[in-house]
Design a protein around this ligand. Sequence first.
Ligand code: PHE
Length: 338
Amino acid sequence: MLEIIEKHIRTIEQTTLSTAEEAENFRIQYLGKKGILTTLFADFKTVPNEEKKAVGQALNALKTSAEATLAQIQVKPSARKSGPVEDFSRPGYATPPGAHHPISLVRNEIVSIFERMGFAVAQGPEMEDDWHNFSALNFPPEHPARDMQDTFFLAKDPDWALRTHTSSVQVRTMESQKPPIRIIAPGRVFRNEAISSRSHCVFHQVEGLYIDQNVSFADLKQTLLEFARAFFGEKTEIRLRPSYFPFTEPSAEMDIWWGLENEVDYRMTKGTGWLEIMGCGMVDPAVLESCGIDPGVYSGYAFGMGIERIAMQRFQIPDIRAFYENDLRFLGNFSGAV
Ligand code: PHE
């Protein structure tokens, strides 16, 4: 009899109960009115006196073990015998949908408009040497933009700096490809500027470059008008104001007509109704030459815009710092916008 009891104990030790049904069957099998334990206790009477002590202890051990196994599953609510275990009418846990960052949203839209016009995306490193960020772009050695005020130079070697614009990608492209070249360069840029609600030391740009034979200022103007209408609306008007960049000649600043109807318009456009969007111009022949392209054969245009400013206008964000704080209450506003 001792052997039989021990065999049952071993079986129970290897038993795991996972459903209410299994638990109930187990209970009936071992602890039920006609179960194994009842039978064994009944048989106990026939055990010779000298064995009673050992058999009695083994029987108690079997009972404890069966009850313990059953208790384990009983603490799990799903195995409870009676009553509704789960409330299927309870609302589920919502998983909030992710959101694109507003800078990505605006960048993607700008990129896709230019892609439709045949521009390819080009990329380059964020750490640049003097040549790609300045010299090849016709920045004279004494130009103030090279000054420590504007540029984060590498302390160990001031020939290297964090790029101050993605025009460096244009240089790299002209050096490695033959015209016709038609690229846009979206990316992160760095300037040593005081952080305020309007400017930050890290921001993003999309710059464009088109080099071919007979590219004219009219091509530039039409491309920018096309872009402005695709991005800001079909009836958008643009104007080009003369400006200066070391790497373009002539150079211009492109504005869009924003309107001047209420106080917000007034504030956004500084009372002019025009909103400044980007710099542009015809690539200076000296730049083409620096990059190994014959300015006697080829000409081209370039343009560049800051993504943050456009995103601030589009989403009415008053402070540029909101883009970099990763505040979910801010980012959550863009979950529907693709
Ligand atoms: N690189 C200029 C800037 O960062 C923008 C620009 C690009 C202007 C191309 C003209 C032509 O401000």
